[in-house]
Design a protein around this ligand. Sequence first.
Ligand SMILES: NC(=O)C1=CN([C@@H]2O[C@H](COP(=O)(O)OP(=O)(O)OC[C@H]3O[C@@H](n4cnc5c(N)ncnc54)[C@H](OP(=O)(O)O)[C@@H]3O)[C@@H](O)[C@H]2O)C=CC1
Ligand SMILES: O=C1O[C@H](COP(=O)(O)O)[C@@H](O)[C@H](O)[C@H]1O
Length: 448
Amino acid sequence: MSTLSSSHCSASYSSTFNGRRQRSTKLSSIPKRFVPVKSARNSYQNLVLLQDVSSTMTPIENDSTLKKLKDGLLSATSSEECEDVVGFDSNDKNSTVSITVVGASGDLAKKKIFPALFALFYEDCLPEHFTVFGYARSKMTDAELRNMVSKTLTCRIDKRENCGEKMEQFLKRCFYHSGQYDSEENFTELDKKLKEHEAGRVSNRLFYLSIPPNIFIDAVKCASLSASSANGWTRVIVEKPFGRDSESSAALTNDLKQYLAEDQIFRIDHYLGKELVENLSVLRFSNLIFEPLWSRQYIRNVQFIFSEDFGTEGRGGYFDNYGIIRDIMQNHLLQILALFAMETPVSLDAEDIRNEKVKVLRSMKPLQLEDVVIGQYKSHTKGGVTYPAYTDDKTVPKDSLTPTFAAAALFIDNARWDGVPFLMKAGKALHTKGYVESRNRFLSHTCV
Ligand SMILES: NC(=O)C1=CN([C@@H]2O[C@H](COP(=O)(O)OP(=O)(O)OC[C@H]3O[C@@H](n4cnc5c(N)ncnc54)[C@H](OP(=O)(O)O)[C@@H]3O)[C@@H](O)[C@H]2O)C=CC1
Ligand SMILES: O=C1O[C@H](COP(=O)(O)O)[C@@H](O)[C@H](O)[C@H]1O
């Protein structure tokens, strides 16, 4: 049995799970190698940028060997990693990168984005000239933003003596601008501030949308029309959930394309950046013990379990519209399943990995209602402490029927996995502390 810790930075992903081809695109400007984890120390290695799934699927060539893959998995130098993984050239002195965290006052920004940016800075993966701007409606000064951010930064990579100093340096590069997400005027003000910091250099701009999905397009429109870079690149990172279903996902892509080219859009799934998820490929493809056992012949069932011991805690405005299936299963757990079950990719190129994942998803049998269980957490008292029900959260409608727990049995209709149930369980406010497990039940009853 293996357990994922819940502390690492982000990873972007190929978004569409139905395997449809949507368009062909050139992605030369996007870093495209899948970079494996060599050690747990460098957490920026966990930031995996994969290409858009809508680019044309390339034919599989036959020159790949497990050895090539293994060499790839165990190679990659640090400087290469920085550039490949992050897409910034840390030695570039002539340009700037301005990173705007849109929704900077929110949960994701505090918990993950600012700490991940600090981790990149700490590992010298950001260019010499960079600025981080928080953008949200809440009123805050630069100092207040820095104070908020400082509380969430940790030297989680390892405790180096100069960490405090590095934090100070990082915080000095953080600024805040308050504005509405649908106001071109407010984004023009931001543009003005960004220009001041860019000081006439080539300006590259990254907008990280850390806001509820219903305002993605407003923000993209305003950022693109009023705060795009005039002489460098402009990119946008979009968080999950990427739509509610196939139609809304396609609609979101279409809407985004009114303002951005496909190679400016990065869809993200931070679970792909977790060490154990990354190490899945290492475990499978560079380990002679496991690869031959990885099939219906030896595995009785596979379980992916996501368990949090806290509830929505004020995030009901977002969560209640999506529920646990769209919040966790459709993206995080399905991505892990696809990585787990895919055939050996031709190479470690993002496209090759994506193509194998898509094949798994296309081979899945449609989920049957009788193979799904859903639930919602109720209030309970334990050890004298009363824990609130989902509907006690002020941001959740009192009559909500949104599931906060779901379990499902999925089946992959291919030669390797025929008849092996892939069990997914995800729940908020469960008794167990935050973790994700992946259990492979071998026929001999051993767990990995
Ligand atoms: N939290 C997490 O762990 C994860 C979240 N995500 C995704 O990241 C995105 C942001 O999530 P999270 O930070 O949790 O969300 P929050 O609910 O914390 O929202 C982020 C910010 O957006 C603004 N906001 C919230 N609701 C509205 C609204 N109805 N209209 C306009 N602005 C609003 C608020 O800022 P202000 O009022 O100051 O403008 C808020 O601080 C979502 O797409 C979510 O799915 C993905 C992975 C993990
Ligand atoms: O995407 C999400 O993930 C978090 C859990 O992430 P973790 O890295 O802390 O395990 C979850 O709480 C949130 O509901 C969901 O949107």
